[in-house]
Design a binder for this molecule. Structure first.
Ligand code: ZN
Length: 339
């Protein structure tokens, strides 16, 4: 019996070269080595995961450093793989400043040294962070602790003229207040010696996005940023020259219950196979197949596709190329230009 294949409409719009830089990926997470919640569930399949990302057009990544220790690991991995890393301390881990031998000054000095030693070449540090505020998870560190150590890390961005890799969750008003007080209120702090930055995994309102963009910051989206209809309305307000894309892998997968799903139904079959290859449960692990529940950088194409659908009439390639250029420019990834 003949089968009718209905092409995603219009077919022309999917022609092109779609390349990505995943600006937020937690590659140091043990889950990419087969450890789920501290237990070995399957073989180390980092290389297979990277192969899937290459097939999906991911040319490079910025590995997130979420603490002093993790930043060291991120840099090491970035050097091995030829990617980039951030150096900083996540708000939920900001208690580490106070428990550190030698106290908060010593912790900051160690971050400072790590940045200073890794500013050039392959696997270099390209941003200070991740840092910011997370009021959804104050059980890890109360707001005053988070604020103190967010503020202190902003000095490193000024000292090294590096962009910020920022995290803001349910804390917008305090977040922008601190940024303003520290000289980041306009043009991403360039007047104060800093170099802008990106608010990653954006989950705020449209008004908040506009305020951050007006302050000179970029906004990066992932599956968590496209979960609800309110999220989609906010994401729609991100200006093209401020857009970046990420997965936040292994977190922030897009699922069938998310509002983003309605826009993924139009993803052409060929791209769907690259961005969302069929996954198996950790228990049924097969080398070369993604693991269910573990997000991967290859899914960045899906994030880009939803942004393309939200920007009606703008070709997919135009959206992905804009995010690419924004990323290369902000983080100074000029060696990627010919990729
Ligand atoms: Zn984050």
């Amino acid at each position: 019996m003949p089968v009718t294949v209905i092409a995603a409409k219009p077919t022309e719009e999917v022609k092109g070269n779609f390349r990505f830089i995943d600006i937020g990926v937690n590659l140091t997470d043990p889950v990419f080595r087969g450890y789920h919640h501290g237990k070995r569930k399957h073989d180390d399949d980092l290389e297979a995961m990277l192969e899937r990302s290459r097939a999906a057009g991911v040319k490079s990544m910025i590995i997130t450093g979420g603490s002093l220790h993790e930043s060291r690991e991120a840099l090491e991995l970035a050097k091995q793989l030829g990617f980039y890393a951030t150096v900083g301390c996540h708000p939920t881990r900001s208690k580490q400043f106070d428990s550190f031998k030698g106290g908060p000054e010593a912790y900051l000095a160690a971050l400072d040294r790590l940045i200073g030693e890794n500013l050039n070449g392959r696997g270099r540090v390209v941003a200070v962070g991740e840092c910011g505020l997370d009021y959804d998870r104050t059980h890890f560190a109360p707001p005053d602790v988070q604020q103190r150590h967010f503020r202190s890390q902003l000095a490193l961005a000024k000292k090294y003229h590096l962009p910020l890799f920022l995290h803001s969750r349910a804390a917008h008003s305090d977040f922008v207040t601190i940024l303003r007080e520290e000289g980041f209120g306009e043009d991403g702090g360039r007047g104060a010696g800093a170099n802008g930055g990106v608010v990653h995994s954006f989950t705020g309102t449209g008004e908040e996005a506009v305020e951050l963009m007006d302050m000179g910051f970029h906004i990066s989206v992932n599956g968590c940023s496209l979960k609800t209809t309110d999220n989609l309305a906010a994401a729609k307000r991100i200006r093209p020259e401020k857009l970046m894309l990420e997965t936040d892998a292994p977190w922030c997968s897009m699922t069938s219950t998310h509002a983003s799903k309605q826009h993924l139904t139009s993803l052409p079959v060929s791209l769907n196979a690259l961005y969302f290859p069929p996954a198996t449960k950790p228990e049924a692990f097969a080398y070369g197949r993604p693991v269910k529940g573990r997000n991967e950088p290859c899914a960045i194409g899906g994030v880009g596709w939803v942004m393309h659908r939200l920007n009606e009439g703008v070709p997919f390639e135009k959206v992905t190329e804009k995010a690419w250029k924004n990323t290369v420019q902000l983080f100074g990834l000029h060696e990627l230009t010919d990729q």
